[in-house]
Design a protein around this ligand. Structure first.
Ligand code: NAP
Ligand code: ZN
Ligand code: ZN
Length: 388
C-alpha cells in the first residue's frame, strides 16, 4: 500500500510540477487517482503476525495483499508450519530482511477465489504453498522444473520482492494470493495440519534423497532430529534405506523407533560413534547451527556423500584430509521444484506420510521458537490459523 501511495504521490507531483497549467496533465492525474482508488478498493485486506524489525517479537499486523489477478488464487490459510528458516530470517541471520516481515512457508489452506483464467483450481480446493511464489519461468532451471534454482532468482514466499515491486508476505496470516502455477494440490485423505510441514521440511528432504537415489541397500544417516530431520527419516525408511539418526539429544531415542529409524546414535557418546565409523553411504545434515563436519565425514564409507540441507549462518568447516581420505563429497540441496513438490505430496498421500506435529495457538509462537533453538521440537510446530 505504501508503495502504491508513494507512486501516486510522485505521479501527481510530477504532473503538477514546473508546468504552466495544462488541462491534459490535470486530467491524467485525475484518471491516475481513479485507477489507484480502484486498485486499492479491490486489494484484499488481511491480517498476519509480523516482525516489525529483527529485534522485536512478532505481533498482529493488518495489511493488504494484491487483488486476485487472472491467473491468481486467493487462499484462506488454515495451518502454517514453523520452520527454523522463519527464525533465521526474522532475526536477520542470513541477510538483512524486508520488514515488516510475515514469515511462514509451510502453508495449507482452501481456495477462496480464483482468477478468470485459473485452470488448476476451483473455490474450496485444499491447496499448499511452499517456499516460492514465483520465478523467472524462462531460464533453463525454471524450464526443467527446478524453479528453486531459478538463475534469475526464485521469489520467496516472504522476505522477498515480488515482480510487482511489492514485498511478499508469508503464511503466518489469514490469506495469501499466489499465481496458480506456484500452488500445489493437497489430498483430503491426510490430516490437513500435519501436511503443512511437507511444503518445506518434506520437499527439502525428499528432493535430495530422490536426486541421489537413496534406497534399498543404502545406509543413510540423518543428522539433527528436528523438522527436516524427522521427515528425512520417514522418507529414507519409505525408500528402503537402513536409517540411523545422529542426534545430540539422548531423550529423542524413544521416538526413533516410532519414526521408523533402525538405529539411534548420540553424537557425544564416543563408544556409539566408534560403532558407526566408515559405515554410511549418505548423510543428510539438517543442523541449523554452526557445527564441524569432521566427525560426520569420518562416518562415511569410501565415496560417501554428506548432503547439507541445514542452513547455519556461519560457514561449514571442512578439513581437506577428511575429504581426501576416502574420496568423500560434501553436497547441498535446496527445497524442491514445483513438479517434484507435487510428486512428494502425492507420494505422501499414497503412503500415508505426514509430519509429527505439535499444533499451537499463534500466541505460542515465541515459546515455540525458543524451544526450537534448544532442539526441543517433536517434530514440527504448526500454527492453527483460526487462533490469529
Ligand atoms: P529444527 O527443527 O530446529 O531442527 C534442527 C535440529 O538440529 C535440532 O532439533 C537438533 O537435533 C539439531 N541441532 C541443533 N543445533 C545443533 C548443533 N549446534 N549441533 C548439532 N545439532 C544441532 O530446524 P529445521 O526446521 O529442521 O531446519 C533445519 C535447518 O535447515 C535450518 O537451518 C533451516 O534454515 C534449514 N532449512 C533449509 C532448507 C533448504 O532448502 N535447504 C529448507 C528448510 C530449512 P538433535 O536434538 O537431534 O541434535
Ligand atoms: Zn522452511
Ligand atoms: Zn528462472
Amino acid at each position: 500500500m505504501n508503495c502504491v501511495i508513494n507512486t501516486l504521490k510522485s505521479a501527481i507531483k510530477e504532473a503538477l510540477s514546473g508546468i504552466t497549467f495544462d488541462y491534459r496533465d490535470c486530467a491524467y492525474s485525475i484518471s491516475y487517482v481513479i485507477d489507484v482508488k480502484q486498485t486499492l478498493k479491490h486489494m484484499v485486506q488481511t491480517k498476519g503476525y509480523a516482525a516489525q524489525d529483527a529485534q522485536t517479537d512478532l505481533a498482529p499486523w493488518n495489511y493488504e495483499v494484491r487483488e486476485v489477478g487472472p491467473h491468481d488464487v486467493l487462499i484462506d490459510i488454515l495451518f502454517c508450519g514453523v520452520c527454523h528458516s522463519d527464525l533465521h530470517q526474522i532475526r536477520n541471520d542470513w541477510f538483512p530482511g524486508i520488514f515488516p516481515m510475515v514469515p511462514g512457508h509451510e502453508i495449507v489452506g482452501r481456495v477462496a477465489k480464483v482468477g478468470a483464467h485459473v485452470k488448476k483450481f476451483k473455490v474450496g480446493d485444499l491447496t499448499g504453498v511452499g517456499v516460492m511464489v514465483d520465478s523467472c519461468r524462462e531460464c533453463d532451471n525454471c524450464k526443467s522444473g527446478l524453479e528453486q534454482y531459478c538463475l534469475v532468482s526464485p521469489v520467496s514466499t516472504y522476505n522477498a520482492m515480488g515482480k510487482d515491486g511489492v514485498p511478499t508476505y508469508g503464511g503466518y496470516s489469514k490469506n495469501i494470493v499466489v499465481h496458480e502455477d506456484f500452488v500445489l494440490h493437497v489430498s483430503e485423505k491426510l490430516s490437513t495440519a500435519a501436511v503443512a510441514p511437507l511444503l518445506c521440511a518434506g520437499i527439502t528432504t525428499y528432493s535430495p534423497l530422490r536426486y541421489w537415489k537413496v534406497g534399498k541397500g543404502h545406509k543413510l544417516a540423518v543428522v539433527g532430529l528436528g523438522g527436516l530431520g524427522h521427515m528425512a527419516v520417514k522418507f529414507g525408511v519409505a525408500f528402503g534405506a537402513e536409517v540411523t539418526i545422529l542426534s545430540t539429544s539422548a531423550s529423542k531415542r524413544k521416538d526413533a523407533e516410532a519414526l521408523g529409524a533402525h538405529h539411534f546414535v548420540v553424537t557425544s557418546d564416543e563408544a556409539q560413534i566408534a560403532g558407526v565409523k566408515n559405515s554410511f553411504d549418505f548423510i543428510i545434515d539438517t543442523v541449523s547451527a554452526k557445527h564441524d563436519l569432521t566427525l560426520y565425514l569420518s562416518l562415511l564409507k569410501t565415496n560417501g556423500t554428506h548432503i547439507c540441507v541445514g542452513a547455519p549462518s556461519e560457514p561449514y568447516e571442512v578439513p581437506a584430509f577428511s575429504l581426501l581420505a576416502g574420496r568423500k563429497s560434501v553436497a547441498g540441496s535446496g527445497a524442491g521444484g514445483l513438479p517434484e513438490t507435487q510428486e512428494m505430496l502425492d507420494f505422501c498421500a499414497e503412503h500415508n506420510i505426514v509430519s509429527d506435529i505439535e499444533l499451537i495457538d499463534i500466541k505460542y509462537v515465541h515459546a515455540a521458537f525458543e524451544r526450537m533453538v534448544k532442539g526441543d521440537v517433536r517434530y514440527r510446530f504448526v500454527i492453527d490459523m483460526a487462533t490469529l
